[in-house]
Design a protein around this ligand. Structure first.
Ligand code: CTP
Length: 405
């Protein structure tokens, strides 16, 4: 059932290692290709031979124990993974992951992989609740790492409390979800706008804004993974677009409006994450403007409002989501925009909060509809924010009976 999926199981040094053996066995029984990496401390609890026998693969412990001269193991393993599971994860391994340390095979592979990561911590209750451990877990959560929380019960150290490794069956359920994410947007056509539009003043100068495009690109990637057919209308960014989506490059707000209008009739969901220039120079000079007088007045004219156009023209079954980056009176502006621009949802982020808004990998958002607050999300990685938003969108479309293509 899980044939063709490669799962790296990272085992770190705690008594719960014995449960990791059961997890390894269950993964292999499901047909997954299981590669086990143990830390030195883990080998004090359970012999590598146990995992080798269960996974039918050589177990890696030492980064430099290269068995195959044609590859570099930690890169090769990191690249091969569909998912990396760390179970049990000690406080030490969480700290290494949070701070980017790479001093053993597992931490090095965790840095080298681009696969999703699932962590199942296990430790003494006081260690688990220590602010340092909690802060490290929060950092990892913000980077998109998923957790299976430890259970409450009798701990090996004698204490009763939270810290017991989640049961292998529970970890397997989350692995299943991560290997086979549900596809609530299957059959839907999603158009995401991203980046900052550029309005030319002359051949060497322009007006733009601080948008990095990261939020819009994360939405396009998440929508693709949720089964949608995705078009990314991208203004200026410095990042690579996700694979498997149609990318339409635009420069100015007017270009973006045309790209959106061309695709309007065959799109179900519009997500306007782009930071759009509200004004453009009344005229674009053909030649570089030369320095002459002490002052230079640039006349700007209003750009069309794409979100407003979408809100006013959308038909039943189409759903429009806007964004608002605000510095003050966020809720008031959000409610005003969602109502005025007739969008179904509006995602508000306060760009004055560190970790929220332009250029960051995280975001702190609140989602509104015309009736008020719908959802307030904690600080999360932009990909996780994208997934939460799209789940909400999928739910709304389904409730409104929007037809599937
Ligand atoms: N937007 C748009 N076209 C414009 C301006 C904005 O489609 N010409 C969209 C943005 O992509 C975003 C939402 O409208 O989804 C809100 O953008 P924002 O710039 O915050 O809205 P404005 O109406 O321009 O309000 P403000 O006065 O705060 O700039």
């Amino acid at each position: 059932m899980w044939k063709g999926k490669t799962v790296i199981l990272g085992v770190t040094g705690g008594i719960a290692c014995y449960k990791a053996a059961a997890l390894c066995s269950k993964l292999a029984q499901k047909g997954a290709e299981v590669r086990v990496i143990m830390t030195e401390s883990a080998t004090k609890f359970v012999a590598p031979l146990t995992f080798q026998t269960l996974s039918r693969h050589h177990v890696m412990v030492d980064t430099f124990d290269e068995k195959d001269a044609s590859v570099v193991s930690h890169i090769d393993w990191a690249d091969s993974a569909d998912l990396v599971v760390v179970a049990p994860a000690t406080a030490n391994m969480l700290a290494k992951m949070a701070h980017g340390l790479a001093d053993d095979m597992l931490s090095t592979t965790l840095l080298a992989t681009t696969a999703p990561i699932l962590v199942a911590p296990a430790m003494n209750v006081h260690m688990y609740t220590h602010p340092a451990v909690q802060a490290n877990m929060q950092t990892l959560l913000e980077r998109g790492v998923r957790f299976v929380e430890p259970g409450v019960g009798q701990l090996a150290c004698g204490y009763v409390g939270k810290g017991r490794l989640a049961e292998p069956e529970e970890i397997m359920l989350v692995i299943d979800q991560m290997l086979h994410p549900s596809q609530p947007l299957r059959g839907r056509r999603v158009l995401v706008t991203a980046g900052g539009t550029v309005e030319r003043i002359d051949p060497v100068r322009y007006i733009t804004n601080d948008s990095s495009g990261k939020m819009g690109y994360a939405i396009a990637e998440a929508a693709r993974d949720m089964g949608a057919e995705v078009t990314l209308v991208s203004a200026k960014t410095a990042i690579d677009p996700p694979t498997g989506v149609e990318v339409v490059r635009v420069v100015s707000t007017k270009d973006m409006l045309h790209a959106v209008q061309e695709r309007f009739s065959h799109t179900d969901i519009f997500i306007k994450a782009a930071a759009v220039a509200d004004y453009r120079p009344a005229e674009t000079a053909d030649r570089k403007i030369k320095k002459k007088a002490e002052t230079l007045t640039l006349e700007l004219v209003k750009n069309p409002d794409i979100l407003q156009w979408l809100g006013e023209n959308k038909r039943a079954g189409q759903l429009v989501v806007g964004f608002a980056a605000e510095t003050n009176d966020g809720e008031q502006h959000a409610l005003d925009k969602v109502r005025r621009k007739k969008s179904d949802l509006l995602v508000l982020n306060d760009v004055t909060i560190p970790g929220a808004g332009f250029g960051t990998d995280t975001n702190l958002v609140r989602i509104y509809d015309a009736n008020g607050l719908v959802q307030a999300l904690p600080m999360m990685g932009k990909r996780a924010v994208a997934e939460k938003l799209l789940e909400l969108v999928a739910g709304r479309l389904q409730a409104s009976g929007g037809s599937e293509a």
